[in-house]
Design a protein around this ligand. Structure first.
Ligand SMILES: Cc1ncc(COP(=O)(O)O)c(C=O)c1O
Length: 398
């Protein structure tokens, strides 16, 4: 007898970014030097004082179940962050600490969506959004945004896509994969459009602190009165504090939603790792020197990557203002032969680059944007230098 998988097993595909990273890792394991531009996590170690807080938690016996929605100290610290840095009054009981931002997004979708519902997702979008929506039985409605409009969803496009079935809009600024940060005016215009409808919002602000130049991130829920009642704000410590492996994220949600998300978590995972929660508390409340150092390094790399992309034949890119990705337009290479392989789309472009010059990138199609390749600069300057040399040879047809 073979077990029959549930219907939902056909709704979800594995993460394409992880698949690319796995392929790069497989090549590395065979002894090949890979210039890995596929990474979605800071390459820095977690700052020492955060690690020490985790050690203290272990020694102090903070190694048991915690409340499902997180330790009160961490929920209060997250609430304070929104009150002081963002100007949004948040009650600690409306903060649900989870096993990473991805988990929070999943639970928020589980709280709000089901079969028959539609969720609007502007593309390019982070790979997991559409899959997580499908997992609830709801339907992702992808609204394409273009490079010409700086990958920003206009209120008109949003309003035109709303139907009686539309439950949510998902937004992500600063964005993975484009690095675009919505200007305040664009977010406010979208907020006003949302307020004309019955649609709720999941605002994924996980890259809120990773900003370059004069870019400013804005918490969507705080932009207009009434928005907090229909917005679930997602963030966490993974990216800002180089803590991807610790698995701590959170959602700030209206009372009924946060209550359900806490209950859901109590049934599915009990609580996020107790030790990681104490470490996350130290991350949020402790000194910020290490974070400033990482940001300065990211900023240097970002400037370097922008310059190198300018030097690549027939490749262009909107300079990223946040996160640690550059989203390169590689469409002009389609129809050519590069690295001895025919290039027909973003997948063949990335595969040929990996096979011929050992540069790992993620194809735009994984983000719902054919014609692009995502480069992560969460890697050393030396890897960037040598990887871009190799990429230069690749796009020249060498
Ligand atoms: C836009 C976005 N949201 C959420 C996440 C997931 O964060 P976490 O590792 O905290 O689950 C990522 C990670 O790549 C991301 O890029």
């Amino acid at each position: 007898m073979s077990l029959r998988l549930a219907e939902r097993s056909r709704w979800v595909a594995p993460s394409a970014t992880m698949a690319m990273a796995a392929e790069a890792a497989r090549l590395k394991a065979t002894g090949v030097e890979v210039f890995d531009f596929s990474l979605g996590e800071p390459d820095f170690p977690t700052p020492e004082h955060i690690c020490q807080a985790a050690e203290r938690a272990i020694r102090d016996g903070k190694t048991h179940y915690t409340p499902a929605a997180g330790i009160p100290e961490l929920r209060a610290a997250v609430a304070r962050h929104y009150a002081t840095s963002v100007g949004l009054p948040v009650e600690p009981q409306h903060v649900i600490v989870s096993n990473g931002a991805k988990h929070s997004i999943h639970n928020a979708l589980m709280a709000l969506c089901g079969p028959g519902d539609e969720v609007i997702i502007p593309s390019p979008y982070w790979v997991s959004y559409a899959e997580l929506v499908r997992l609830t039985g709801a339907e992702p409605v992808i609204l394409e945004t273009t490079e010409e409009e700086s990958f920003i969803l206009s209120p008109e496009r949003f309003l035109a896509a709303v139907t009686p079935r539309t439950k949510l809009l998902m937004i992500n600024s600063p964005s993975n994969p484009t690095g675009v940060v919505y200007p305040r005016s664009a977010l406010e215009a979208l907020a006003d459009a949302v307020l004309k409808t019955e649609v709720g919002v999941i605002s994924d602000e996980i890259y809120e602190e990773l900003l370059y130049g004069d870019a400013e991130a804005h918490c969507f829920a705080g932009l207009r009165p009434g928005l907090a009642d229909r917005t679930i704000t997602i963030s966490g410590v993974s990216k800002t504090y180089a803590m991807t492996g610790w698995r701590i994220g959170w959602a700030v949600a209206p009372p009924a939603v946060s209550k359900f998300m806490g209950a859901l978590q109590s049934q599915e995972t009990s609580n996020p790792c107790s030790i990681s929660q104490w470490a996350a508390l130290e991350a949020i409340t402790g000194p910020k020197d290490a974070i400033r150092g990482m940001l300065a390094e990211f900023s240097k790399r970002r400037d370097y990557v922008i310059e190198r992309i300018k030097g690549l034949k027939d490749v262009s890119c909107i300079p990223p203002q946040g996160a640690f990705y550059a989203f390169m337009n590689v469409e002009r290479h389609f129809g050519r032969t590069l690295g001895g392989e025919p290039i027909t789309d973003s997948t063949s472009f990335c595969q040929a680059a990996l096979r011929s010059v050992n540069v790992a990138m993620v194809m735009g199609s994984a983000f719902g944007a054919e014609g692009f390749a995502r480069v992560s600069f969460a890697t050393s300057m030396e890897t960037l230098e040598r990887g871009f040399d190799a990429l230069g040879r690749f796009v020249e047809g060498g």
